[in-house]
Design a protein around this ligand. Structure first.
Ligand code: TPP
Ligand code: MG
Length: 360
């Protein structure tokens, strides 16, 4: 008995391409990316780190609402998104706003989402994504459905979803993977294992040695990836995408990562559940530091280049928050109108009631 479990667990070794020093340790797995694409990945990570810093500051000034910090998770978030095509569908969790932005959600709308404004949930035409899910794990089931729909329409695209280590304890997590596996739906299930579900450590979440091995019971592929290594995350997702569109079924990708900040800006204090030692250990694995070293070694990155990205990010964030401020205040009728393509009769009635009140 014991050996059976051991045999399974031993198959889920962490996949890595760039080590903490930015050295390639797995040449044969190196993805085929041009110099321009490599730089683009770095630009996006730098931009997203700045966006996180600014979002935290804006939240503290009372200019943003709900915000779940992303610093530390850039490789995990952006490496997966970079492997997608425009027509692929993203079903994110509440921490996954960066993926939406790089998939085409305008920044000012991301800010409106944070403020609970309905327009923040309206994906522009051609941006294939749902707004971030707050119910832990629910997006896994929705993804099985979206992916099956894609398969039935014969489209060559995939649905990708994200949850955290805590999310893997939800029934929805298993149901979604199992269903997608049974129908060989083109889905990619990402678990961003940042070691904590608010204050609960992953060791208390499960007896399993890895979260990737949870794919086994669903009969789908699973892989554990160094989530601080953007090249490994990208390569694993690219492969999962190829398998999915070739009819080979879904993949579960566990990315080992860390969030440097608090769970959300609602007031948890990470020093009460994490040690400095652990924080320091993970900061040494930083995805930006590692990738910067690698690119500098190839002559593709410089301080000057980085400063340009930082300035661009700051300017765009400033313009986007201004644009968010300029949006009309939302009305109850906006919320009702935004719920269905065709309103059911009882909501139609309520809509008319509110429109009448609002016009006074
Ligand atoms: C069904 C459900 N239960 C509980 C919550 C409250 N809750 C919000 S975030 C969270 C922890 C999730 O942790 P994890 O899945 O590891 O994701 P992370 O925040 O670390 O990215 C919990 C329990 C919720 N939103 N939905
Ligand atoms: Mg977590």
């Amino acid at each position: 008995m014991e050996r059976k479990l051991e045999n399974i667990e031993n198959q889920f070794e962490t996949f890595q391409i760039l080590n903490e020093e930015g050295k390639v340790v797995n040449e044969e797995a190196m993805p085929n990316l041009s110099d321009e694409e490599l730089k683009e990945l770095m630009q996006r990570m730098v931009y997203t780190r700045i966006l996180d810093q600014r979002s935290i500051a804006l939240n503290r000034q009372g200019r943003l609402g709900f915000y779940a910090p992303t610093a530390g998770q850039e490789a995990s978030q952006l490496g997966t998104q970079f492997a997608l095509e425009k027509e692929d569908f993203i079903l994110p969790g509440y921490r996954d706003v960066p993926q939406l932005i790089w998939h085409g959600l305008p920044l000012y709308q991301a800010f409106l989402f944070s403020r609970g404004h309905f327009h923040g949930n309206q994906m522009p035409e051609g941006v294939n994504a749902l707004s971030p899910q707050i119910i832990i794990g629910a997006q896994y089931i929705q993804t099985a459905g979206v992916a099956l729909g894609m398969k039935k329409r014969g489209s060559k695209s995939v649905a990708i979803t994200y949850t955290g280590d805590g999310g893997t304890s939800q029934g929805d997590f298993y149901e979604g993977m199992n269903f997608a596996g049974a129908y060989k739906a083109p889905a990619i299930f990402v678990v961003q294992n940042n070691r904590f579900a608010i204050s609960v450590p992953v060791e208390k979440q499960t007896a399993a040695k890895t979260l990737a091995q949870k794919a086994v019971a669903a009969g789908i592929e699973g892989i554990q990836v160094d989530g601080m290594d953007v090249l490994a995350v990208y390569a694993a997702t690219k492969q999962a995408r190829e398998r999915a569109v070739n009819g080979e079924g879904p993949t579960l990708i566990e990315t080992l990562t860390y969030r440097y900040g608090p769970h959300t800006m609602a007031g948890d204090d990470p020093t009460r559940y994490r040690t400095d030692e652990l924080d320091n250990e993970w900061e040494k694995k930083d995805p930006l530091v590692r990738f910067r070293k690698y690119l500098e070694g190839k002559g593709l990155w410089s301080e000057d280049e980085e400063n340009k990205v930082i300035e661009k990010a700051k300017e765009e964030i400033k313009a986007a928050i201004k644009k968010a401020d300029e949006q009309p205040k939302q009305k109850v009728s906006d919320l009702i109108k935004n719920m269905y393509e065709e309103l059911p009769a009882h909501l139609q009635e309520q809509l008319e009631e509110y429109e009448a009140k609002e016009s006074k």
